[in-house]
Design a protein around this ligand. Structure first.
Ligand SMILES: [Zn+2]
Length: 113
């Protein structure tokens, strides 16, 4: 029901939200409810072509033929890519593809397997 975090001070799970603050009834600790979502650049949201959230280690399937930059190789539609790693940038998936090697993909051209 609630996705409030546990109290960062005492670990109580009975925290409640009051406006912009989260409050712990056990130790009376109060902290900003925004802090968790605003800070932390590493909580980037990368979605596949269907809008599913992708995570490090996911297996995805390529949904269109993708030319490999600087070569004549093509990653064929339907290629399974295991153990992806999410990165920053225009191409936001770092991965290794059998027969091709390490490369980067755009999340919009894959779907979660
Ligand atoms: Zn507490």
């Amino acid at each position: 029901m609630s996705d409030l975090p546990n109290c960062p001070k005492c670990g109580s799970e009975y925290t409640y939200n009051d406006g912009n603050m989260n409050i712990c009834p056990d130790c009376a600790h109060e902290w900003s409810a925004d802090a968790a979502t605003d800070s932390g650049d590493d909580t980037k949201v990368i979605k596949d072509a269907n809008g599913n959230l992708l995570q490090d280690g996911d297996t995805v399937t390529v949904i269109k033929d993708l030319k490999v930059k600087g070569s004549s190789l093509v990653v064929k539609v339907g290629t399974r890519v295991k153990n992806i790693r999410l990165v920053d940038g225009d191409h936001d998936i770092d991965c290794k593809i059998d027969g091709i090697g390490a490369m980067k993909l755009k999340s919009e051209f894959v779907k979660k397997a």
